[in-house]
Design a protein around this ligand. Structure first.
Ligand code: ADP
Ligand code: MG
Length: 398
């Protein structure tokens, strides 16, 4: 689960991570009032969307050349910037061409930047540990630095038994070329950030840029935080930060039914039980020249209701031109699945080709139920057969 920059900064502040003062605004007037309450003559108005690259982004239909991060020299100017952003669609390198509508802005103190650095924490699955990544190349995408100047990326992994050690924090500080009191500021910063990461069950915490100000302070200018969904049950307060307007509506609906659904770009909807089988199904669809429209794992104990919900979600995607159901009945019985598929197909008055591959317990009974339904369901005998058939059916229908 992702959250907004201002929410991440509020959380980080509680852990003692250095962030600037600021407040969130939903209207231009509010933005002006917040700007007036901040210390210093300048403020920065920042569009809050779940995507980076806002500074270099552009608003749809706006030719001013200004992006989603704007400097204001007065509260009036801050309000004006907020007005230009709120309710408008911001397109950045990360939003895709459709962009995202800005519904809130963060108004923050302006800061005199001396250097922009990069700091990121993530779960390094290879090492089985949380890793801290730092680079002297801040403000640009870290993937780019990794590709062009890998030597400029510093990395320390955290031993879960000790947490981030002071010597590791200092090593990073020296590697970044920090001097004097900046070193102590940085070590306090990264230590607090690491504590927040573990405590909050983060998946990603990215501070890009982390800046050294002209007076030698080390502060977070940007903050991207994402949580491990599987740990959210431990953090009801964090779950409340969810911004449903930023989420894919189909993914949201799927979550309500405990379905693991990820929207993709293709036209063949997939309904599969088990994540591994779902991955294999997507692979084999591609092998036969098709493109999956989604990943969907209905889970091991899918009921008729869940199968119906899954069908509705798949079909609500206008790109879907055919559905492949691939179920291995281990714990689940194929006859129950077949009944679910038939009921769902009737309920949603299915109007695209449907190929069903069933295997496992009661498979013969399941196939008889499909055949007796009178619905135009194409039955398949194995995975390859199923993939070939759905790709063919979709091409035929097109
Ligand atoms: P994004 O990564 O989405 O473009 P950032 O928060 O990183 O958004 O902001 C982009 C750039 O804007 C930063 O690299 C920094 O140069 C500048 N910036 C952001 N916040 C401030 C601030 N409070 N004061 C001064 N400059 C800022
Ligand atoms: Mg940034």
């Amino acid at each position: 689960m992702n959250i907004h920059e201002y929410q991440a900064k509020e959380l980080l502040r509680k852990y003692g991570v250095a962030v600037l003062q600021g407040g969130v605004a939903w209207t231009a007037d509010e933005a002006g009032r917040i700007a007036a309450s901040l210390p210093g003559p300048v403020s920065v108005v920042k569009a809050q969307i779940h995507a980076g690259g806002r500074g270099k982004g552009r608003f749809e239909g706006d030719s001013s050349g200004k992006g989603g991060v704007r400097l204001a020299r007065s509260p009036e100017e801050a309000a004006e910037h907020a007005r230009a952003m709120l309710g408008h669609v911001l397109v950045t390198a990360q939003t895709g061409p459709a962009g995202k509508k800005v519904q809130r802005v963060y108004v923050e103190e302006g800061c005199d930047i001396a250097r922009e650095l990069y700091l990121g924490l993530l779960v390094d699955r290879g090492a089985g540990r949380v890793a801290v990544i730092a680079s002297s190349e801040g403000g640009v995408e870290i993937e780019e630095v990794a590709a062009t100047h890998p030597e400029r990326i510093l990395r320390e992994t955290i031993d879960p038994a000790t947490g981030l050690m002071p010597f590791q924090a200092r090593k990073l500080a020296f590697g970044l070329g920090l001097k004097g009191k900046e070193v102590a500021q940085f070590t306090a910063f990264v230590t607090a950030a690491a504590r927040a990461f573990v405590d909050l069950d983060c998946g990603i915490l990215e501070i890009n840029p982390l800046v050294v100000t002209k007076d030698g302070a080390v502060v977070a200018l940007d903050a991207k935080m994402a949580f491990d969904d599987n740990a959210l049950f431990r953090h009801p307060d964090l779950a409340a930060l969810r911004d449903e307007t930023e989420m894919d509506p189909r993914e949201l609906e799927a979550a309500k039914h405990d379905l693991n659904y990820v929207a993709l770009d293709g036209n063949i909807g997939c309904m599969v039980n088990g994540a591994g089988l779902a991955m294999a199904t997507m692979d084999i669809i591609k092998l036969y020249g098709g493109e999956p429209a989604n990943f969907l794992d209905v889970g091991g104990g899918a009921t008729k209701e869940r199968v119906t919900a899954a069908f509705k979600i798949i079909l609500s995607d206008p790109k879907v031109e055919g559905i492949l159901v691939n179920i291995f009945g281990g714990i689940m019985r194929c006859d129950v699945i077949a009944e679910g598929v038939v009921a769902a197909a009737r309920e949603v008055s299915l109007n695209v080709p449907l190929v069903v591959r069933l295997e496992g317990t009661n498979v013969e009974l399941g196939k008889r139920i499909l055949a007796a339904s009178g619905l135009p369901i194409v039955s398949a005998d194995n995975l390859a057969d199923a993939a070939e058939k759905i790709v063919r059916e979709v091409k035929k229908a097109a």
